[in-house]
Design a protein around this ligand. Structure first.
Ligand code: SF4
Length: 431
């Protein structure tokens, strides 16, 4: 667990902003260096950019906090800085700067007495067994079940979020520590009510034991955003790997380099959302930064983590053909032609419920653009009745080698990871 201390004089974030930003903060930055986290914060403020949204004074009251502590749902944060009584999280580029009593942008972290704590540890708001194809991952342990879980919270603010009822909530809005304690571990109950789930604990060792008992070869950190429950995901990844299980991150990819490298050492596969390919749209649609996601993709490649890319095609936001073509060219040039790319159909939800679903022709045009850019494995998801939407073709002889019906593998022909017809290697993790 990394925790740095800064010896600079403490300064209230709100006070710093109130006193005019650039000039007042310039001196503060001078002893921290322009390339440091503090220098970057100063540059953001001086350039007129808003620091990340945090929730001043929104930490839980004493009673709620003591219930969370009693349940074991609290851990000290990792990767953060102390600045006097203030703290700054360094896990994602939001770099939340919290005064005592504040809550973070992702809603899961609070500053209590000058220490950063996560309230998302051992308290998932949902867990299921899903086919790995549902993540979606098509080149990773096909046909296998993945023990899948999530807590509340997210580092993004996607206008089209499918899971906003958990991603845009505090832990206190998804869990109930008032009732009798319920620690889940094998033998698992045959059925759980919603009330059970709201009060259930599932600590990292329980996740591993449960996944094994249910015959799942992998654990997937999914539904919301594992970066927002980084400490819980990291510890579970470590134990799962030690217990012979694989780890899958389903992520937006918005994470700082050091925590990414730390958790990636335990990750076997990632689904990374590449939500668009221009900065302005990323900011408007997701409140994120494209350059960070591209760095994440390159790091996964460098570290040898298997990953697949998902691009949700949102009408009027991310359906521009030229932009899609530029994205595919970038993938081929930087990640290679063998990187699977899934185009996914948008359906109206959350703050974009006024838009129509993505026309199927738009998705097929995106698939054509990706194939003509040179990508070998291009899929179309969230659609029915589209021929070969989820079929893997051998790039050598062009014959189908894996066929799927939505999330079910209906025919698997690879032999030792190779095409059975021409022996071309098909990249992925097959066993
Ligand atoms: S992980 Fe959460 S607390 Fe940490 S910087 Fe990102 S949004 Fe802020």
């Amino acid at each position: 667990m990394e925790m740095d201390k800064i010896t600079a004089a403490p300064m209230s974030r709100r006070r710093a902003l109130a006193c005019g930003g650039g000039a007042a903060l310039a001196g503060f930055a001078s002893f921290s260096g322009p390339g440091s986290w503090l220098g970057r914060l100063v540059q953001r403020v001086a350039a007129g950019e808003a620091p990340s949204e945090v929730f001043p004074g929104d930490a839980p009251d004493e009673r709620t906090w003591s219930l969370w502590v009693k349940r074991g749902w609290v851990r000290e944060g990792s990767h953060y800085l102390k600045i006097g009584a203030n703290v700054q999280c360094k896990i994602c580029p939001n770099n939340c700067l919290l005064e005592p009593g504040d809550r973070s942008h992702c809603r899961n972290k609070v500053n209590r007495g000058g220490t950063l704590y996560t309230m998302a540890f051992g308290d998932p708001c949902t867990f299921h067994v899903d086919p790995v194809e549902k993540k979606p991952l098509f080149h990773f342990l096909p046909g296998s079940p993945a023990f899948s879980l999530a807590t509340s919270g997210c580092v993004f603010r996607c206008l089209n979020c499918q899971n906003w009822e958990i991603s845009q909530k505090r832990p206190e809005e998804t869990k109930d520590p008032e009732g009798p304690e319920l620690r889940l571990r094998p033998p698992l109950p045959a059925a759980l009510t919603l009330e059970d789930v709201r009060r259930a604990s599932l600590f990292p060792e329980d996740v591993v034991a449960s996944a094994r008992a249910l015959g799942c070869p992998s654990v997937a950190y999914t539904y919301s955003e594992p970066t927002a429950y980084y400490e819980y995901a990291s510890e579970t990844c470590r134990l799962a790997r030690a217990g012979g299980l694989r780890n899958i991150l389903v992520t937006c990819g918005s994470i700082e380099e050091r925590p990414l490298r730390d958790i990636a050492a335990w990750v076997d596969a990632a689904h990374v959302d590449l939500k668009g390919f221009d900065e302005e749209t990323y900011q408007r649609l997701n409140a994120g930064k494209l350059e960070v996601i591209l760095r994440t993709l390159k790091i996964y490649r460098e570290m040898g983590v298997w990953f697949e890319i998902i691009n949700l095609v949102v009408p009027t936001y991310t359906d521009n053909r030229d932009t899609i073509r530029r994205m595919c060219d970038w993938i081929v040039a930087n990640l290679g032609p063998d990187r699977p790319l899934h185009f996914s159909r948008f359906f109206p939800q959350h703050r974009l419920d006024h838009l129509e679903p993505t026309p199927v022709d738009t998705l097929l045009a995106a698939r054509d653009a990706a194939r003509s850019a040179g990508l070998h494995y291009v899929y179309v998801g969230n659609v029915r009745g589209v021929e070969d939407a989820a079929t893997t073709f051998c790039p050598g002889c062009k014959k189908p080698v894996i066929e799927r019906d939505i999330f079910a593998v209906t025919r698997f022909s690879l032999v030792d990871g190779r095409c059975p017809h021409c022996r071309t290697v098909i990249p992925g993790v097959w066993s």
